[in-house]
Structure formats: structure tokens, C-alpha cells
Design a protein around this ligand. Structure first.
Ligand SMILES: C[S@@+](CC[C@H](N)C(=O)[O-])C[C@H]1O[C@@H](n2cnc3c(N)ncnc32)[C@H](O)[C@@H]1O
Length: 200
């Protein structure tokens, strides 16, 4: 059986009990180096997750007789590996355990309701800035190429100056949450999620 566990934004108390139990019982844990380090005390063997997703899918299909757990940051189905796994394995072979997304966590910390929230990503992709500008409330996972500064500049160039809520290193000891007008956004931030409030 293949299980993908959403481990939440990072700190252990944000992992669900169901996710925790699946990880404890796993024969093999699959994840990035940072994620595997969080569960170094577990009994399972480990397999590093790299950029070769085709190789991973093949390997997973050969290990379905074992309890394999793939670790996903936040929630597996919010810009995570869950989409690819769900496309490759039928529901009777794949169990998806949800996690608290970094977006959900930031909204809770900043008391922003998620009704009508539009979710998108600049993680490894060029986001659709026209769509971002057209929505009242947007949440984005980012990467270090298109992060808060690039997002703010793209919106300023469209004549907008929305409020950006930037959540850095969420749930870690270095967590920082900033609420800024786009024109005040700094050039660099650590790993982050951004909520954009386009006032009308
Ligand atoms: C591949 S996406 C995965 C998103 C994840 N599935 C989720 O629901 O949060 C990776 C991006 O999520 C965001 N992220 C994940 N964990 C974070 C954290 N602890 N603090 C800030 N951003 C985080 C960052 O934008 C990071 O580049």
C-alpha cells in the first residue's frame, strides 16, 4: 500500500495523528532530505526524493507490497506530489492523508478567512499575474526566483498596491510574518508563502 502523508508546515505538533501513525508504521519513508531528517528516529528505511519523478513512480509501483509512505510538505494536494501520485495510482492502491498547508497556517496566524481564496503558485513556474490582479484574495506558495518582491513589483506595474502578508519559515523558531503594502516589500525573504489582499 502506498500512502502519502501531508506533514504540515514543519513543526511536529502540526502533523495529524493519522499521519504520525502511518509514518511510524512505514517500512520505507520517501522524502526530501529535510523531511526525512524530521523522522530520522523512525523504524522504516528511507529513499531520497529527487527530481526524477518518473523513476520514483516506477520504483513505487514495484514496492506496493510494502508499507511505503511518501512525505509531502503542507498538504499533498496543494501544489504537492499528491496530484502526480493520484494520476498514477488508483484509489485502492493510494491513501492520501491530508496535512495543514502552509497557506492554511498563514491564514490562521494572520486571521484571514479562506472563503473565496484563490490559490496559486510561483514554485518553479511563472504565475498568471493578470489572474492574480483580478482576484480579491490570493494565496501563493513561492520559490526563491519569484518571491514576494517579484510579486509586489508585478502588481505595482499594473497600478495596484495591494497588502501582502508574507509568512517566512512558518512553524520554525525563525518564523516571521509581515503585513506590508506592495511598495514596502523587501527584496529577500526566507522560505515563504504570500497572501495578497487586493482591496476594491
Ligand atoms: C512545493 S510547494 C508545497 C506546498 C505544500 N504542499 C503546502 O500545502 O504548503 C513548496 C512551497 O510551500 C511553501 N512552504 C512550505 N512550507 C513552508 C513553511 N514552513 N514556511 C513557509 N513556506 C512554506 C513555500 O512557498 C515552498 O516553496
Amino acid at each position: 500500500m502506498l500512502t502519502v502523508v501531508g506533514i504540515g508546515p514543519g513543526a511536529a505538533q502540526f502533523l495529524t495523528l493519522q499521519g504520525h501513525n502511518a509514518i511510524q508504521e512505514a517500512d520505507i519513508l520517501v522524502g526530501g532530505a529535510r523531511q526525512l531528517a524530521l523522522f530520522a528516529h523512525c523504524r522504516g528505511k528511507t529513499r531520497l526524493l529527487d527530481s526524477d519523478l518518473d523513476g520514483l513512480i516506477l520504483w513505487l509501483s514495484e514496492h506496493l507490497h510494502q508499507r511505503v509512505v511518501v512525505l509531502a510538505s503542507g498538504d499533498p494536494l496543494i501544489y504537492g506530489i499528491g496530484k502526480r501520485l493520484a494520476a498514477c495510482f488508483p484509489p485502492e492502491q493510494l491513501r492520501i492523508i491530508p496535512g495543514i498547508s502552509s497557506i492554511q497556517y498563514l491564514c490562521a496566524k494572520a486571521a484571514v478567512d479562506m472563503n473565496d481564496l484563490w490559490i496559486t503558485s510561483s514554485h518553479g513556474r511563472e504565475p498568471d499575474f493578470a489572474a492574480i490582479a483580478a482576484h480579491q484574495k490570493v494565496a501563493m506558495v513561492t520559490d526563491n526566483i519569484i518571491g514576494p518582491y517579484a510579486i509586489a513589483q508585478a502588481l505595482l506595474a499594473r497600478g495596484l498596491n495591494p497588502t501582502l502578508i508574507i509568512g517566512e519559515n512558518l512553524t520554525s523558531a525563525d518564523e516571521r510574518i509581515h503585513r506590508l503594502a506592495a511598495c514596502d516589500v523587501a527584496k529577500t525573504y526566507a522560505m515563504n508563502v504570500v497572501v495578497i489582499l487586493n482591496e476594491r
